[in-house]
Design a protein around this ligand. Sequence first.
Ligand SMILES: Nc1ncnc2c1ncn2[C@@H]1O[C@H](COP(=O)(O)OP(=O)(O)OP(=O)(O)O)[C@@H](O)[C@H]1O
Ligand SMILES: [Mg+2]
Length: 253
Amino acid sequence: MARRKKIYEGKAKTLYEGPEPGTLVQYFKDDATAFNAEKKDVIEGKGVLNNLLSEYFMTGLGQIGVPTHFLKRLNMREQLIRSCEIVPLEVIVRNFAAGSMSKRLGIDEGTQLPRPIVEFCYKDDALGDPLVSEEHIAAFGWASQQDMDDILSMTLRVNDFMSGVMLAVGIRLIDFKIEFGRVFEGDFQRLVVADEISPDSCRLWDIETGRKLDKDVFRRDLGSLTDAYSEVARRLGVMPNTPPKGGKPTLVN
Ligand SMILES: Nc1ncnc2c1ncn2[C@@H]1O[C@H](COP(=O)(O)OP(=O)(O)OP(=O)(O)O)[C@@H](O)[C@H]1O
Ligand SMILES: [Mg+2]
């Protein structure tokens, strides 16, 4: 079997050269990191769950006309994606205060915000992905004004979609982070939602109990991360089928 060319190894995913020009294979690892990789662990099964969940959200976004990099899922850990030039920004939407916003502004976690608030962080691990304003983004040329208009309108659509999908299964979307990429089609470029959408990059709280179903379970040592992610997958109906014990062996990718 020929060895694939590794394009990038990140903290949670590895990118390989895809079968056709302009495509990549995104492999979801079981590695979990937090606090800019100061805290690390391997959480068995996390990659499989995030692969399935990201497929579910990206497919749903495609169906409502929000373009994404997702092409198709290849197996339990890998998906085929369009290769893009990543905009060096983490785009964060907050519906309720939590995490760094609560700390920065002294607002209790869980406080509903008067409206969704969009924040931008500059993607640079060495700097700890610092919060930046649109002034920085324009002045340093990280994205054009047209890009920013598109990013903002797509981001708010992603928020509406994700909030609705979660609400329908009894989960509150507190906040999330997405990334955008540029794809080039002839003389044109357009933006697509890239990277992943999963409980690694969202805050998800059970509406009834307040139970956390996202990466804060790992960050704050609140129990089993796979149990939390499995609960999200189960509610959305994307839980992988678990073969009955003692049944026939099945091929697992
Ligand atoms: N469609 C795409 N084309 C090119 N690069 C992509 C695409 N989707 C995601 N990426 C990039 O691939 C990497 C995914 O790996 P991972 O999320 O594990 O990285 P990371 O360690 O979090 O690093 P980073 O700080 O860059 O996100 C990220 O750098 C992400 O920006
Ligand atoms: Mg990442």
